[in-house]
Design a protein. Structure first.
Length: 118
C-alpha cells in the first residue's frame, strides 16, 4: 500500500499542473477565485473553508489543486472526514463551519480536492 502511495505521489509530482510548478501568485489567485456551483455550499465555503484553502500561504492544500490533495485523498474519505470534523494539525475542528453537516463536509472536500465530477 505504501509503495502504491509513493508511486502515485511520484507520478503526480511529474505532472505539470501542480502548485509546485506554478508561480505562487497564480496558485493563490486560482484558489481564491473558486466557489462551489451550489449557492448554499458556496456560502459555507466562503465563510469557512476559503479562509485557508483559498490562501495557499496558510499551509492548507489549495482548493482546485488535486496534486496538493493527492496524499490526503490516499488516506481515504473516512480519514479526511474525521480530520475535518475533529481538527488535524493546523486545521481547527469542523474547519470553523458550525452549520456544516457530514454531507456538506464530504461535498466540500470533493470540491476543494478537484474530485467533484468523480
Amino acid at each position: 500500500m505504501r509503495i502504491l502511495l509513493a508511486l502515485t505521489i511520484m507520478l503526480l509530482a511529474g505532472c505539470k499542473r501542480g502548485p509546485a510548478q506554478e508561480p505562487a501568485a497564480q496558485v493563490a489567485a486560482r484558489a481564491a477565485s473558486l466557489l462551489p456551483a451550489d449557492q448554499r455550499l458556496a456560502g459555507l465555503y466562503a465563510a469557512s473553508c476559503q479562509n485557508c484553502h483559498g490562501h495557499p500561504e496558510s499551509g492548507a492544500p489549495p482548493a482546485g489543486y488535486a496534486y496538493a490533495w493527492a496524499p490526503r485523498l490516499a488516506q481515504g474519505e473516512a480519514a479526511l472526514l474525521a480530520h475535518t470534523i475533529g481538527g488535524y494539525n493546523g486545521m481547527p475542528a469542523g474547519g470553523q463551519c458550525f452549520t456544516c453537516t457530514q454531507t456538506d463536509y464530504r461535498t466540500l472536500i470533493r470540491f476543494m480536492s478537484a474530485q467533484e465530477a468523480r
